[in-house]
Design a protein around this ligand. Structure first.
Ligand code: E4P
Length: 219
């Protein structure tokens, strides 16, 4: 399973990269706004800075919502770096644009996916990644992990190469559950990723090993 971090914060990206387990980054307009990255030039520079930090794909989302504008914005984003994946919303114009990008060899991430039907359309259009938002589904009492499982079954049935990128991860159990049902990638906050390290028996065991070592080494 690939691990992406879902942030535009350079310090968090650096910290995750330093762990040696990071495979990529996803951003969205809300995450960029959270870092106060505004204006075309600063946005482009920020994506470049992320690409320079990370060994892996970096999703950069278009703001445009019409076919022609999505194409223009996406092509501009793709020129920043080979690592850029153009993130396109799951709307009719977006699916048409994904089809275009796919024929041009530009990587895409179909975002704001909340149903199996939408995921099927993304795969048919040739999306590199499909992003079902599991946390936002859980928020409205719909089982987000069950959607990942359903999409995985459909993609297996037809050998679609589109990778399932479980997005809107809220906590470490989401990561484990997505791994169990076969998500190719998960993207989540640094807190959900680092929470995977934690187990009280690891802490207790390590303290005991160190204490036992200390006893004999001071003799
Ligand atoms: C990722 O690509 C999405 O933009 C992101 O995971 C959404 O997460 P949220 O529901 O926590 O905003």
């Amino acid at each position: 399973m690939k691990f992406f971090i879902d942030t535009a914060n350079l310090n968090e990206i650096r910290e995750a990269q330093d762990l040696g387990i990071l495979d990529g980054v996803t951003t969205n307009p809300s995450l960029m706004a959270k870092e106060n990255i505004t204006g075309r030039e600063r946005i482009m520079q920020h994506y470049k800075a992320i690409c320079d930090l990370v060994d892996g794909d970096v999703s950069a989302e278009v703001i445009a919502t019409t076919y022609r504008e999505i194409i223009a914005e996406g092509e501009e984003l793709a020129e920043i770096d080979d690592k850029i994946v153009v993130k396109v919303p799951m709307i009719k114009e977006g699916i048409k644009a994904i089809n275009y990008f796919s024929e041009k060899g530009i990587k895409t991430n179909c975002t704001l996916v909340f149903s199996a039907g939408q995921a099927l359309l993304a795969a048919k259009a040739g999306a590199t990644y499909v992003s079902p938002f599991i946390g936002r589904l859980d928020d409205i009492s719909v089982d987000g992990v069950a959607l990942i499982e359903q999409i995985a079954l459909i993609y297996r049935n037809y050998n679609y190469p589109t990778e399932i990128l479980a997005a809107s991860i809220r906590h470490p159990m989401h990561i484990i559950q997505c791994a169990e049902v076969g998500a190719d990638v998960m993207t989540g906050p640094l807190s959900a990723i680092t929470a995977l390290f934690n187990h009280p028996l690891t802490d207790i065991g390590l303290a005991k090993f160190l204490a036992d070592h200390q006893k004999v080494s001071t003799k």
